[in-house]
Design a protein around this ligand. Structure first.
Ligand code: FAD
Length: 398
């Protein structure tokens, strides 16, 4: 990993090296079993994903490494026992773990949950940090994807000490595997995204919430992990509102800025580095018409283009992480990271598949899985067009 002009402190470089060693020694050897397994899924917690494929001995071993090294708390704020590492450091470390398709277990807590107050801290936040409870985020609906503020239909109405939710959410990753779902609902139809949408923490066993199983099958994995979730007179106690009533849309946007936009950078970088490394190795040893592929200019130029995308994305991602650390409002810039990481990432992996020929399509290599994840990222969590709209808004505002 070359951090370019970003001089990472020595202690962070040490953690980056540790991450690299864990990937090489612990995770890469598991890939041949993980990749063709029918159980792995996209968009669910790392630990849940690991448990569907491997025995508890493997999962416990990885959890122990994560906890013993402190990596488990990588993304957790210091006040809850976390490392207190900067975004830049987190990005550099996460890049390493994305070199392989095998997930590493982290306390992957949606940052909005740090808004938990009072007994919510013990009932939700702490168990989620410790991995004793899992959660997911429900914003999208059958008719509300790119424009959730304008089109959301799920309604919450106050009734005594409860809110009563009615409506349908769709495409909710990991709903069936979650103990609690963070649900956005309209509480003031006049205000909508400007103070009229609220975030509710709904327990999985709430009798008014029904998750349609087996879920929606996509090309992202053999195991369906996106679900339709119905709310029918679903009573949620007022104390299970996250943050303030009416502030749920803003909370969701704040989460998306870091988790679903900026952190797509390292998600893509690891995969791009791996694709380039694999392609160089393959091109050197695969011989056609009497010469290794690496000696053909057509192949060399593809490698060069992959390298340019990788270095450009790394520079952009690290810069935006450093600007987030400096307290800048990077909402539009995080959108740039999401857009470029997914577009440049997918085209980089596409080149790797082409260079590998038929082997590029084999499920025993991670390339097609990487490609599907990166191509999906051009839709999920705010499609390319929506990122462009938000960047344009910033450009034209002043
Ligand atoms: C695998 C997967 C996992 C997901 N996980 C979750 C989850 O966990 N939680 C959750 O809430 N949602 C989730 N989603 C939903 C996802 O965030 C939405 O699908 C996404 O935001 C796009 O919404 P849409 O599909 O309704 O597209 P639409 O809004 O119907 O848009 C269709 C196309 O038109 C483009 N478009 C829309 N408006 C404009 C415009 N004004 N100008 C130009 N182009 C425009 C869009 O960019 C898109 O390309 C998931 C989706 C998938 C596929």
């Amino acid at each position: 990993m070359d951090s370019g002009s970003f001089q990472l402190p020595a202690d962070v470089v040490e953690i980056v090296d540790l991450a690299k060693r864990i990937v090489q020694k612990e995770l890469m050897p598991l890939e041949p079993e993980f990749l063709p397994h029918p159980g792995h899924a996209f968009g669910i917690k790392e630990t849940t994903n690991l448990r569907t494929v491997f025995g508890s001995d493997v999962v416990e071993h990885l959890m122990k490494i994560s906890r013993d090294t402190g990596l488990w708390y990588l993304m957790v704020p210091e006040q809850y026992g976390g490392t207190g590492l900067s975004m830049l450091a987190q990005v550099a470390i996460l890049e390493q773990f994305n070199y392989t398709a095998v997930p590493f277990p982290f306390a992957n807590v949606a940052n909005i949950l740090y808004q938990c107050e009072g007994d919510q801290v013990d009932r939700f936040l702490k168990p989620i940090i410790e991995g004793e409870m899992t959660t997911c985020f429900a914003q999208t609906e059958p008719n509300a994807g790119s424009d959730p503020g304008g089109m959301m239909q799920t309604r919450a109405v106050k009734d005594g000490g409860d809110w009563v939710l009615n409506g349908t959410k769709m495409w909710i990753s990991g709903a069936a595997e979650s103990d609690m779902i963070m649900v956005q609902a309209v509480t003031d139809p006049e205000k909508r995204q400007r103070g009229g949408i609220t975030m509710f923490l709904v327990m999985r066993d709430n009798p008014g919430m029904h998750i349609e199983e087996p879920g929606i099958k996509t090309w992202l994995g053999p195991h369906a992990s996106q679900y339709i979730v119905n709310f029918q007179d679903c009573r949620v106690p007022a104390r299970d509102v996250l943050g303030e009533v009416g502030n749920g849309f803003r909370l969701g946007q704040r989460w998306l800025t870091i988790h679903d936009r900026l952190l797509r950078g390292p998600f893509a970088l690891g995969k791009m580095q791996r694709s380039l490394d694999m392609s160089i190795e393959w091109a050197k040893q695969r011989v056609t018409f009497g010469k290794p592929l690496a000696e053909r200019q057509a192949i060399q130029w593809q490698l060069v283009d992959m390298y340019i995308d990788l270095e450009a994305l790394r520079a952009l991602t690290y810069q935006m992480a450093a600007r987030a650390d400096a307290g800048e409002d990077i909402r539009a810039e995080a959108g740039m990271v999401k857009l470029t990481s997914m577009v440049w990432g997918a085209r980089t992996v596409d080149k790797a598949i082409q260079i590998h020929g038929a082997m590029g399509e084999a499920l025993e290599l991670p390339l097609t899985l990487f490609y599907r994840y990166l191509r999906h990222g051009q839709i999920g969590g705010g499609a390319n067009e929506i990122q462009r709209m938000q960047i344009a808004r910033k450009l034209l505002r002043g």
